[in-house]
Design a protein around this ligand. Structure first.
Ligand code: DX5
Ligand code: ZN
Length: 219
């Protein structure tokens, strides 16, 4: 099985966003990853609905929207209307996670739960059969281009075990510092979705890097 590749637009050239998206349309990328930050949950602010709507007009691939915002339940319908196909919320921001996940699913989006590098994987035990995917942060959320936290490999293995134990269909997405060196190991331990920002958009030839990531496979 080859991984789903989700380049993160955070590291793209925002002046030439249309060109960047058209490059992704033609590439082997599967999803387009959008990082929404509010300056509260994470120490950075990115973009919101008007930009997502504009991206949607050009994108021919599903939009994978990663919410790094407080009280995300306020905006689920707005993100759907802006064009989100997959929507993930952080475990750390959701006291009523089960309700929020089902709010997302009821709007026919794939629902994901994201966890920070210090949040125990075992905390997902009672939500794993409700989510479509788990987004494992492999850096502290807030910025692109950070170094991969190597403990994330152990966490991905643990999550694979938890998913198998519960016979859940949840996919594993890894986000942060993914590169051509660590990606093969991630795929080997059972990661299904690779997010890559800097590795794709910082490359001479982004299309070729996407192709190489897509070419990785495991049993
Ligand atoms: C970080 C974001 C990531 C980021 C990944 O908070 O969630 O999606 O854009 O970028 P790289 O691959 O450069 O670490
Ligand atoms: Zn992200």
């Amino acid at each position: 099985m080859n991984p789903i590749i989700a380049p993160s637009l955070l590291s793209s050239d925002f002046v030439n966003l249309e060109k960047e998206i058209k490059m992704l349309n033609k590439s082997q990328a599967d999803w387009i990853h959008l990082d929404i930050m509010d300056g509260h949950f994470v120490p950075n602010i990115t973009f919101g609905m008007p930009v997502i709507r504009a991206i949607k007009r050009v994108a021919q691939k599903p939009l994978d929207v990663h919410l790094m915002i407080e009280k995300p339940e306020r905006f689920i319908t707005d993100f759907k209307n802006a064009g989100a196909d997959c929507l993930s919320v952080h475990w750390e921001t959701c006291p009523h996670l089960h309700r929020t996940i089902h709010q997302i699913k009821d709007l026919d989006m794939l629902a994901g739960v994201a966890i920070n590098p210090h949040t125990p994987v075992s905390f997902l035990e009672d939500i794993i059969n409700d989510v479509d995917f788990v987004l494992l942060m492999s850096v502290n959320p807030g910025f692109g281009g950070q170094r991969f936290i190597s403990n994330s490999i152990k966490r991905a293995k643990e999550l694979r075990k938890l998913i198998d134990k519960h016979q859940s269909n949840a996919l594993i997405e890894v986000d942060g510092g993914v590169d051509l060196d660590n990606a093969p190991t991630l795929v080997d331990v059972g990661v299904d979705i690779l997010v890559a920002g800097n590795t794709v958009f910082g490359a001479e030839n982004p299309t070729e890097v996407i192709k190489r990531l897509k070419g990785l496979s495991c049993e």
